[in-house]
Structures are given as C-alpha cells and as structure tokens.
Design a protein around this ligand. Sequence first.
Ligand code: MN
Length: 418
Amino acid sequence: MDRFVVPASAETWVEGARQTDFPIQNIAFGTGTTKSGVEAIFAAIGDQAVNCQELLESGLLDPERYPALFGFYDLAEGALPELRRDLFELLRSDNPTLRDDRSLLRRALVAQSDLQMSVPIPPPAYVDFYSGIHHAENVGRLFRPQGEPLLPNYRHIPIGYHGRAGTIVPSGTPIIRPKGQFRPPDSAGPEFGPTQAMDFELEMGFYVSEGQPMGRRITCAAAGDHILGLVIVNDWSARDIQQWEGQPLGPFLSKSFATTVSPWIVLPDALEPFRIEGMEQDPPVLPYLRRQGEQHYDIRLEVRIKTKKMKTSEVLATSNMKHLYWSMPQQLAHMTVNGTPAEFGDLYATGTISGPEPGQAGSMLELAFKGSQPITLSTGETRAWLEDGDEVTLRAWGEADGFRIGFGDCSGVIQPER
Ligand code: MN
C-alpha cells in the first residue's frame, strides 16, 4: 500500500501543534460530540480538532469521495488515508483556504478539551491476543512456578480469545469494580463479592479496515493493508475472578465488564517512521504466519496512576510495542486462517505489553507479583492491586526527530462496586 508520510519539516498553522501528540505529521481521527450536541468525525491537530463534516458541508472536501463524515461507518473503503491527505493540505501552514476563513474556523475548529470523545468505532467484534512475550513469561512464572514460563504452543500460535465488544468504553468512563466468584487463598470453596484484585492491562489495538467474507482468509502479507489504525487499549481485569473461572476455557466475566480505548485512531501512515522488524522468532513459525518485512513498531508506552491523595499522576511503568512477539498482521492472519470473517471496525488488541526489565510490567499482577510484593507510591501509599478512586492513564507515542506521534490518553477511574 502507498503510505503517505508527512515530511518532518512540514508545519501547520495551528499553533503549538509540534509540542503535542498531534503534530501535522500525525492527523489522527476520532468520533467527537461538541457542546452543542453535534457528532462527527474530528481530526486531531495540536490541542485542537477539526470537524470533518463541517469541512464537507463548506465545500472544502469532495462530496463524491465523502458522502458524509458523521462517523466512520460513513467512509468508503480506503477513504480514511485519503481524508488524512486532504486534511494535511488544509492544515499546512502555507495553505490559506481554511487558515484565513474566520467564520468557517469558528464552526469547524474546536478545542479538544471542549469535545466529548466516543469510542472511535463501536466494534462489531473484539478480540484480545496474548502477544506480549515478557508478560506471558511473567504470568507463567507467577502461576506455574515449577514449570517452563511459556506453554509449548506460545512461539507457534498467536494465542487469543474472542472478547466482549459491547463493553468497549471511551477514555474517561468510570470503571465500576466488578463483582463475581473467586476462591480466596486457603479457602475450600468460592466466595461472591467485589473483586479484591482489580488490575489494568497495558495494550495496543488495531481496527480492521476492509474485512473479508466467511470462508476466505487474510494472508500475513496482505494483513497490513487491512489495518485501519491503532488505539491504546486498557483491558481491565479482575484477577481473582479470572484465576477461579479461567480453567479450562480462559477469561469470561473477569474481563467482560469494561475495556477502555483511547479516543484517536492513529493511521499506519503516521506510524511509518516507527516501523521495525521486531524481535526474532525462534523456532521459525509456520508458513502462513511468516512475517513480511517490518511489521512491528517502536512505540513507547507508559502507565500512570493518580490516587485520591495525589495532585498529579505519576509513572507506574513504562514499556514499548517492540516487546510484542507476534505482529498485528500475524494476529489478523491467524485469526482469519480458519475462514472466519472479519469486518470493518473489528477491534483486535495485542495482549499486555511488558518489557524485560523491572518497572516495565504492563499490569499490577506483574508489578506487585500477584499481590505478594506491594509497590510503594510517592505518597507512601502502597498498592498490591488498584483501589477505589485510583485513576489509571495509559499513553503511547513514537519519538521522531523533532516531533512525536501520540494517541492521547486512555484513562479510567476505579469506582466502588454497586
Ligand atoms: Mn488482555
């Protein structure tokens, strides 16, 4: 696919954009609602956002190519990268068309802080993989201390499960502490109540652009062209519920209560500068899973926490997308190899992305060693698991020469059980 990489030297007339997650080299898209209740596709630029439907109605975008831009389902196949190119032209500093049209700017340009962002695309299907190899090893050591950290299938198959699409929520949605069954240590039978082991999972995810009908598959070589864009994902997890219910079929109620996504879809075109080959796969994978070229990303990840006692958030952990063993194209190729269909808007999350070092864990489970070694925060508070009132914020960005490409915050505050 022909990727459109905005030159590093390009500037926008939107002030201060280069200092944010959204320089003109990014141009990410989300679904936002203005204070007057208008919902449309917005493009993030600096700390502002442009109402794409408004540009369309004002004749600055071609109605033949974009019949409507109220939401992502209005888009024709392949239209989002084109829309990004069109926005680039309108936002570049030497183009006066939008820059000098005061009345249109008043209608089309909104401060991001004045927008209510939704889940960019409510996904028809949600899948969660388990492709962070350091996470898988850490979990293996915690739950099977006697055995090999990785199960025998790990390096051969991108492990995953079909998740609950209906509980994908936008950043900022309160996360109500889930109730369920769990078996406390040294107890013969289960108890029912609010989870005592509330956790986050640091993940990234991709939206599917063009899908494929039942009976067909998407090859690993073609899969990159089926990726619409990336978001940050927090796969909130109740570890005690998960441990009790998870054998033999895997997570059920321990994760289905809520999953948070970041508000802006960052397109693969904007992530081109951060493409890398990724970690070596050993032993070699089966032919249908062979990677073609650079399918991984060097994208920095950060987990922040803000307890009720804190005035500002602090870093809990850092990681990087390069710690994924399986690439997103490999995940999509594997998921569809049996002929199951994929469709526009499906969301595929990577699994928790931990790094190899201490402090690079993408979950409380790993940071506090399954509750056995609580961590101490700057306030002197300790945490084995998340407590009510804790706000967790996930961030992700690629660092280029003179700018960064970011995703915006993926946040949620833990609320008491109801
Ligand atoms: Mn997960």
